[in-house]
Design a protein around this ligand. Structure first.
Ligand code: NAP
Length: 333
Protein backbone atom coordinates (compact mmCIF):
# COMPACT_ATOMS: atom_id res chain seq x y z
CA UNK A 1 0.00 0.00 0.00
CA UNK A 2 1.56 3.29 -1.10
CA UNK A 3 1.47 6.33 1.18
CA UNK A 4 -0.42 9.25 -0.38
CA UNK A 5 1.28 12.64 -0.66
CA UNK A 6 -0.41 15.99 -0.23
CA UNK A 7 0.16 16.88 -3.90
CA UNK A 8 -3.16 17.76 -5.57
CA UNK A 9 -3.71 15.55 -8.61
CA UNK A 10 -6.42 15.46 -11.24
CA UNK A 11 -7.03 12.93 -13.99
CA UNK A 12 -9.38 12.54 -16.92
CA UNK A 13 -11.30 9.26 -17.04
CA UNK A 14 -13.31 7.72 -19.85
CA UNK A 15 -15.89 4.93 -19.77
CA UNK A 16 -15.25 4.46 -23.50
CA UNK A 17 -18.63 6.03 -24.28
CA UNK A 18 -17.76 9.23 -26.11
CA UNK A 19 -15.66 12.37 -25.87
CA UNK A 20 -18.42 14.40 -24.18
CA UNK A 21 -18.58 11.86 -21.31
CA UNK A 22 -14.96 12.27 -20.25
CA UNK A 23 -14.80 13.33 -16.60
CA UNK A 24 -12.13 15.23 -14.68
CA UNK A 25 -11.68 13.80 -11.18
CA UNK A 26 -9.53 14.62 -8.16
CA UNK A 27 -7.34 11.77 -6.89
CA UNK A 28 -4.62 11.33 -4.29
CA UNK A 29 -0.99 11.20 -5.41
CA UNK A 30 0.83 8.16 -4.02
CA UNK A 31 4.52 8.17 -3.11
CA UNK A 32 6.62 5.96 -5.38
CA UNK A 33 7.45 2.48 -4.08
CA UNK A 34 10.77 0.64 -4.59
CA UNK A 35 12.18 1.15 -8.11
CA UNK A 36 9.32 3.48 -8.96
CA UNK A 37 9.22 7.16 -9.86
CA UNK A 38 6.57 9.84 -9.53
CA UNK A 39 6.45 11.94 -12.71
CA UNK A 40 4.89 15.38 -12.92
CA UNK A 41 3.30 15.41 -16.35
CA UNK A 42 3.84 18.63 -18.26
CA UNK A 43 2.50 17.85 -21.74
CA UNK A 44 0.41 15.14 -23.40
CA UNK A 45 -0.06 14.63 -27.13
CA UNK A 46 -3.10 13.04 -28.68
CA UNK A 47 -3.13 10.22 -31.18
CA UNK A 48 -5.80 8.85 -33.48
CA UNK A 49 -5.99 5.75 -31.26
CA UNK A 50 -6.89 7.85 -28.19
CA UNK A 51 -9.93 9.19 -30.05
CA UNK A 52 -10.96 5.66 -30.99
CA UNK A 53 -10.55 4.35 -27.43
CA UNK A 54 -12.55 7.13 -25.79
CA UNK A 55 -15.36 6.56 -28.30
CA UNK A 56 -15.43 2.79 -27.85
CA UNK A 57 -14.19 2.18 -31.39
CA UNK A 58 -10.86 0.52 -30.65
CA UNK A 59 -11.64 -3.13 -31.05
CA UNK A 60 -9.25 -4.77 -33.45
CA UNK A 61 -6.32 -5.75 -31.21
CA UNK A 62 -6.73 -9.19 -29.66
CA UNK A 63 -3.91 -8.48 -27.22
CA UNK A 64 -5.48 -5.31 -25.84
CA UNK A 65 -8.21 -5.83 -23.30
CA UNK A 66 -9.71 -2.49 -22.40
CA UNK A 67 -11.04 -2.01 -18.85
CA UNK A 68 -14.50 -0.48 -18.34
CA UNK A 69 -13.01 2.89 -17.43
CA UNK A 70 -9.56 4.22 -18.23
CA UNK A 71 -7.29 7.21 -17.98
CA UNK A 72 -6.64 7.69 -21.71
CA UNK A 73 -3.54 8.67 -23.74
CA UNK A 74 -0.02 7.31 -23.86
CA UNK A 75 2.22 10.14 -25.11
CA UNK A 76 3.57 12.35 -22.32
CA UNK A 77 6.58 14.45 -21.32
CA UNK A 78 7.32 15.54 -17.78
CA UNK A 79 9.85 15.61 -14.98
CA UNK A 80 10.82 13.33 -12.14
CA UNK A 81 9.13 14.64 -9.00
CA UNK A 82 9.99 11.89 -6.48
CA UNK A 83 12.06 8.71 -6.65
CA UNK A 84 11.42 5.51 -4.70
CA UNK A 85 14.01 3.38 -2.93
CA UNK A 86 16.51 1.71 -5.21
CA UNK A 87 16.02 4.04 -8.18
CA UNK A 88 19.37 4.48 -9.89
CA UNK A 89 18.54 5.89 -13.34
CA UNK A 90 16.88 9.15 -12.32
CA UNK A 91 16.98 12.05 -9.90
CA UNK A 92 14.47 14.76 -9.11
CA UNK A 93 14.11 17.25 -11.95
CA UNK A 94 15.23 14.93 -14.77
CA UNK A 95 13.10 15.39 -17.90
CA UNK A 96 11.49 12.20 -19.19
CA UNK A 97 9.09 10.76 -21.77
CA UNK A 98 6.62 7.95 -21.05
CA UNK A 99 6.98 4.77 -23.09
CA UNK A 100 3.59 3.64 -24.48
CA UNK A 101 4.62 -0.05 -24.28
CA UNK A 102 7.04 -0.18 -21.32
CA UNK A 103 7.91 -3.89 -21.75
CA UNK A 104 8.78 -3.49 -25.44
CA UNK A 105 12.52 -2.93 -25.13
CA UNK A 106 14.14 -4.31 -28.28
CA UNK A 107 13.53 -6.43 -31.37
CA UNK A 108 10.00 -7.41 -32.33
CA UNK A 109 7.00 -6.99 -30.11
CA UNK A 110 4.83 -9.78 -28.65
CA UNK A 111 1.12 -9.81 -27.83
CA UNK A 112 2.01 -9.72 -24.10
CA UNK A 113 4.06 -6.53 -24.57
CA UNK A 114 1.23 -4.92 -26.51
CA UNK A 115 -1.20 -5.98 -23.81
CA UNK A 116 0.86 -3.92 -21.36
CA UNK A 117 0.23 -0.69 -23.26
CA UNK A 118 -0.65 2.44 -21.27
CA UNK A 119 -3.77 4.43 -22.12
CA UNK A 120 -5.36 1.21 -23.39
CA UNK A 121 -5.04 -1.88 -21.17
CA UNK A 122 -3.15 0.11 -18.50
CA UNK A 123 -3.61 3.50 -16.86
CA UNK A 124 -2.73 6.31 -19.26
CA UNK A 125 -1.11 9.71 -18.94
CA UNK A 126 -4.00 12.19 -19.03
CA UNK A 127 -3.35 13.24 -15.45
CA UNK A 128 -1.17 15.64 -13.49
CA UNK A 129 1.09 13.17 -11.64
CA UNK A 130 1.73 9.54 -12.42
CA UNK A 131 3.66 6.66 -10.83
CA UNK A 132 5.62 4.33 -13.08
CA UNK A 133 8.50 1.89 -12.95
CA UNK A 134 11.85 3.61 -13.41
CA UNK A 135 12.47 1.79 -16.70
CA UNK A 136 9.10 2.84 -18.16
CA UNK A 137 10.44 6.27 -19.14
CA UNK A 138 13.39 7.59 -21.15
CA UNK A 139 15.30 10.87 -21.26
CA UNK A 140 13.74 13.77 -23.16
CA UNK A 141 15.89 14.81 -26.14
CA UNK A 142 17.87 18.00 -25.59
CA UNK A 143 16.71 21.17 -27.32
CA UNK A 144 13.01 20.37 -27.28
CA UNK A 145 10.17 21.73 -25.18
CA UNK A 146 7.94 19.22 -23.39
CA UNK A 147 5.12 20.11 -25.80
CA UNK A 148 7.34 19.09 -28.72
CA UNK A 149 8.93 16.05 -27.11
CA UNK A 150 5.65 14.47 -26.02
CA UNK A 151 4.82 13.83 -29.68
CA UNK A 152 7.68 11.41 -30.22
CA UNK A 153 6.85 8.10 -28.59
CA UNK A 154 3.89 7.21 -30.81
CA UNK A 155 3.89 9.29 -34.02
CA UNK A 156 7.67 9.77 -34.02
CA UNK A 157 8.62 6.17 -33.47
CA UNK A 158 6.02 4.93 -35.96
CA UNK A 159 7.62 7.06 -38.66
CA UNK A 160 11.12 6.11 -37.53
CA UNK A 161 10.27 2.42 -37.77
CA UNK A 162 8.65 2.97 -41.16
CA UNK A 163 11.94 4.38 -42.41
CA UNK A 164 14.42 2.30 -40.44
CA UNK A 165 12.66 -0.63 -38.81
CA UNK A 166 13.90 -3.04 -41.47
CA UNK A 167 17.52 -1.88 -41.19
CA UNK A 168 20.12 -2.46 -38.47
CA UNK A 169 20.08 -0.23 -35.42
CA UNK A 170 22.06 2.94 -36.14
CA UNK A 171 21.41 3.10 -39.88
CA UNK A 172 20.66 6.67 -40.89
CA UNK A 173 18.13 5.76 -43.61
CA UNK A 174 17.22 7.93 -46.58
CA UNK A 175 20.00 8.60 -49.06
CA UNK A 176 17.96 9.64 -52.04
CA UNK A 177 15.12 7.17 -51.54
CA UNK A 178 11.63 8.22 -52.54
CA UNK A 179 9.20 8.15 -49.61
CA UNK A 180 5.44 8.42 -50.12
CA UNK A 181 3.56 9.72 -47.09
CA UNK A 182 -0.22 10.03 -46.89
CA UNK A 183 -1.71 13.07 -45.21
CA UNK A 184 -0.65 15.87 -42.90
CA UNK A 185 -1.46 14.42 -39.47
CA UNK A 186 0.89 13.47 -36.65
CA UNK A 187 2.55 10.40 -38.18
CA UNK A 188 2.80 12.01 -41.60
CA UNK A 189 4.46 15.28 -40.60
CA UNK A 190 6.94 13.50 -38.32
CA UNK A 191 7.64 11.26 -41.32
CA UNK A 192 8.19 14.24 -43.57
CA UNK A 193 10.73 15.73 -41.12
CA UNK A 194 12.66 12.48 -40.57
CA UNK A 195 12.71 11.53 -44.25
CA UNK A 196 13.90 14.98 -45.34
CA UNK A 197 16.65 15.06 -42.71
CA UNK A 198 17.75 11.60 -43.90
CA UNK A 199 18.14 12.91 -47.45
CA UNK A 200 15.08 11.23 -48.97
CA UNK A 201 12.82 12.66 -51.65
CA UNK A 202 9.40 13.00 -50.03
CA UNK A 203 6.02 12.93 -51.73
CA UNK A 204 3.21 13.80 -49.37
CA UNK A 205 -0.50 13.69 -50.17
CA UNK A 206 -3.13 15.81 -48.47
CA UNK A 207 -6.65 14.52 -48.92
CA UNK A 208 -5.98 14.45 -52.65
CA UNK A 209 -4.83 12.05 -55.30
CA UNK A 210 -2.76 14.36 -57.44
CA UNK A 211 0.59 13.60 -55.81
CA UNK A 212 0.00 9.89 -56.11
CA UNK A 213 0.36 10.24 -59.87
CA UNK A 214 3.81 11.74 -59.40
CA UNK A 215 4.69 9.01 -56.92
CA UNK A 216 3.66 6.42 -59.48
CA UNK A 217 6.07 7.91 -62.01
CA UNK A 218 8.97 7.92 -59.56
CA UNK A 219 8.23 4.59 -57.93
CA UNK A 220 8.34 5.05 -54.17
CA UNK A 221 10.92 3.00 -52.22
CA UNK A 222 9.07 3.40 -48.91
CA UNK A 223 5.33 3.92 -48.44
CA UNK A 224 3.58 5.16 -45.28
CA UNK A 225 0.13 3.60 -45.78
CA UNK A 226 -2.18 5.47 -43.38
CA UNK A 227 -5.41 5.22 -45.33
CA UNK A 228 -6.20 1.52 -45.43
CA UNK A 229 -9.26 0.30 -47.32
CA UNK A 230 -9.54 3.15 -49.83
CA UNK A 231 -5.86 3.80 -50.49
CA UNK A 232 -4.05 0.45 -50.40
CA UNK A 233 -4.49 -0.32 -54.10
CA UNK A 234 -3.23 3.13 -55.07
CA UNK A 235 -0.21 2.68 -52.84
CA UNK A 236 0.65 -0.66 -54.41
CA UNK A 237 0.47 1.05 -57.79
CA UNK A 238 3.11 3.54 -56.64
CA UNK A 239 5.64 1.25 -55.08
CA UNK A 240 8.88 0.37 -56.84
CA UNK A 241 10.19 -3.19 -57.26
CA UNK A 242 11.53 -4.38 -53.90
CA UNK A 243 9.96 -1.43 -52.06
CA UNK A 244 8.85 -1.29 -48.43
CA UNK A 245 5.12 -1.07 -47.74
CA UNK A 246 4.34 0.05 -44.17
CA UNK A 247 0.74 -0.70 -43.18
CA UNK A 248 0.31 1.97 -40.49
CA UNK A 249 -3.31 3.04 -40.27
CA UNK A 250 -6.86 2.78 -41.54
CA UNK A 251 -8.17 6.33 -41.45
CA UNK A 252 -10.28 5.76 -44.58
CA UNK A 253 -12.26 3.13 -42.62
CA UNK A 254 -11.85 -0.36 -41.22
CA UNK A 255 -14.46 -1.97 -43.46
CA UNK A 256 -13.17 -4.21 -46.26
CA UNK A 257 -13.79 -3.15 -49.86
CA UNK A 258 -16.76 -4.63 -51.71
CA UNK A 259 -16.36 -8.15 -53.11
CA UNK A 260 -15.72 -7.00 -56.69
CA UNK A 261 -13.20 -4.36 -55.57
CA UNK A 262 -11.25 -6.63 -53.25
CA UNK A 263 -7.52 -6.31 -53.33
CA UNK A 264 -5.43 -9.41 -53.82
CA UNK A 265 -2.57 -8.50 -51.55
CA UNK A 266 -0.55 -11.58 -52.48
CA UNK A 267 -0.61 -10.70 -56.17
CA UNK A 268 0.24 -7.06 -55.44
CA UNK A 269 3.11 -7.95 -53.13
CA UNK A 270 4.59 -10.72 -55.29
CA UNK A 271 4.34 -8.67 -58.49
CA UNK A 272 6.91 -6.21 -57.18
CA UNK A 273 8.66 -8.33 -54.56
CA UNK A 274 7.40 -5.92 -51.92
CA UNK A 275 8.32 -6.07 -48.23
CA UNK A 276 5.02 -5.81 -46.34
CA UNK A 277 5.21 -4.62 -42.74
CA UNK A 278 2.33 -4.33 -40.30
CA UNK A 279 3.70 -1.61 -38.04
CA UNK A 280 3.14 -1.57 -34.32
CA UNK A 281 5.00 1.24 -32.58
CA UNK A 282 8.67 0.50 -31.79
CA UNK A 283 10.96 -0.72 -29.01
CA UNK A 284 12.77 1.40 -26.46
CA UNK A 285 16.19 1.10 -28.12
CA UNK A 286 14.77 2.41 -31.40
CA UNK A 287 13.02 5.28 -29.61
CA UNK A 288 16.38 6.23 -28.12
CA UNK A 289 18.02 5.95 -31.53
CA UNK A 290 15.29 8.17 -33.02
CA UNK A 291 15.73 10.76 -30.24
CA UNK A 292 19.45 10.95 -31.03
CA UNK A 293 18.58 11.54 -34.70
CA UNK A 294 16.21 14.40 -33.76
CA UNK A 295 18.95 15.92 -31.58
CA UNK A 296 21.68 15.57 -34.21
CA UNK A 297 19.53 17.13 -36.92
CA UNK A 298 17.93 19.76 -34.70
CA UNK A 299 14.44 18.59 -35.72
CA UNK A 300 11.58 20.19 -33.76
CA UNK A 301 8.23 18.37 -34.05
CA UNK A 302 5.44 20.43 -35.65
CA UNK A 303 2.69 21.39 -33.20
CA UNK A 304 -0.62 22.50 -34.66
CA UNK A 305 -2.26 23.65 -31.44
CA UNK A 306 -1.74 23.52 -27.66
CA UNK A 307 -4.80 23.18 -25.41
CA UNK A 308 -5.07 23.57 -21.61
CA UNK A 309 -5.40 20.51 -19.35
CA UNK A 310 -9.04 21.41 -18.64
CA UNK A 311 -9.76 21.42 -22.39
CA UNK A 312 -9.20 17.71 -23.04
CA UNK A 313 -12.68 17.25 -24.54
CA UNK A 314 -12.25 20.19 -26.91
CA UNK A 315 -8.83 18.86 -27.87
CA UNK A 316 -10.14 15.40 -28.69
CA UNK A 317 -13.03 16.89 -30.69
CA UNK A 318 -10.50 18.99 -32.58
CA UNK A 319 -8.32 15.95 -33.34
CA UNK A 320 -11.36 14.04 -34.51
CA UNK A 321 -12.40 16.86 -36.86
CA UNK A 322 -9.09 16.18 -38.70
CA UNK A 323 -8.40 19.83 -39.39
CA UNK A 324 -4.96 19.75 -37.77
CA UNK A 325 -1.52 19.77 -39.38
CA UNK A 326 1.08 17.85 -37.32
CA UNK A 327 0.39 17.23 -33.64
CA UNK A 328 -2.23 18.40 -31.18
CA UNK A 329 -0.95 18.82 -27.63
CA UNK A 330 -2.34 19.46 -24.16
CA UNK A 331 -0.29 21.51 -21.67
CA UNK A 332 -0.72 20.03 -18.21
CA UNK A 333 1.73 22.17 -16.19
N1 NAP B 1 0.75 1.25 -36.45
C1 NAP B 1 1.14 2.08 -35.51
O1 NAP B 1 2.01 1.79 -34.67
C2 NAP B 1 0.51 3.43 -35.49
C3 NAP B 1 1.01 4.47 -34.68
C4 NAP B 1 0.44 5.74 -34.76
C5 NAP B 1 -0.66 5.93 -35.62
N2 NAP B 1 -1.13 4.89 -36.36
C6 NAP B 1 -2.26 5.07 -37.28
O2 NAP B 1 -1.87 5.96 -38.31
C7 NAP B 1 -3.01 6.70 -38.75
C8 NAP B 1 -2.70 8.19 -38.66
O3 NAP B 1 -2.44 8.50 -37.29
P1 NAP B 1 -2.12 9.98 -36.83
O4 NAP B 1 -1.85 9.95 -35.36
O5 NAP B 1 -1.16 10.62 -37.75
O6 NAP B 1 -3.56 10.63 -37.05
P2 NAP B 1 -3.98 12.14 -37.22
O7 NAP B 1 -2.94 13.05 -36.67
O8 NAP B 1 -5.38 12.23 -36.73
O9 NAP B 1 -3.99 12.35 -38.80
C9 NAP B 1 -4.94 11.70 -39.62
C10 NAP B 1 -4.31 11.53 -40.96
O10 NAP B 1 -5.13 10.75 -41.81
C11 NAP B 1 -5.11 11.33 -43.11
N3 NAP B 1 -6.31 10.90 -43.82
C12 NAP B 1 -7.58 11.21 -43.56
N4 NAP B 1 -8.41 10.57 -44.41
C13 NAP B 1 -7.60 9.84 -45.23
C14 NAP B 1 -7.83 8.96 -46.33
N5 NAP B 1 -9.06 8.68 -46.75
N6 NAP B 1 -6.76 8.39 -46.91
C15 NAP B 1 -5.49 8.65 -46.49
N7 NAP B 1 -5.21 9.47 -45.47
C16 NAP B 1 -6.26 10.06 -44.85
C17 NAP B 1 -5.04 12.79 -42.83
O11 NAP B 1 -4.60 13.38 -43.99
P3 NAP B 1 -5.02 14.82 -44.56
O12 NAP B 1 -4.03 15.75 -43.98
O13 NAP B 1 -4.87 14.60 -46.00
O14 NAP B 1 -6.43 15.08 -44.11
C18 NAP B 1 -4.04 12.81 -41.68
O15 NAP B 1 -2.72 12.71 -42.15
C19 NAP B 1 -4.16 6.25 -37.86
O16 NAP B 1 -4.91 5.25 -38.52
C20 NAP B 1 -3.49 5.67 -36.64
O17 NAP B 1 -4.26 4.69 -36.00
C21 NAP B 1 -0.56 3.66 -36.32
Amino acid sequence: MKTPTSIPNRQWTSSLNGISNLTLVQITTPLPGPNEILVRINAVSLNFKDGEIVQGQFNHHKAVSLPEAIVPCSDAAGEIWEVGNGVTRWKRGDRVLALPYPEYRTGRTTEEMLGGGIGSSGRGVLCEYRISKEDAVLATPAGMTDEEACTLTVAGITTWMSMNGQRPLGSPGGNGEVVLIQGTGGVSINGLQIAKAAGATVIITFSSDEKLARARELGADIIFENGGALTTTKSFNCIRFGGLFNAIGYVSGKVDAKEDERLNINVQAIRRNVILVGLLNGPRDRVEEMCRFYEEHGIRPVIDRVFKFEEAKEELEYLWSRSHFGKVVLKVH
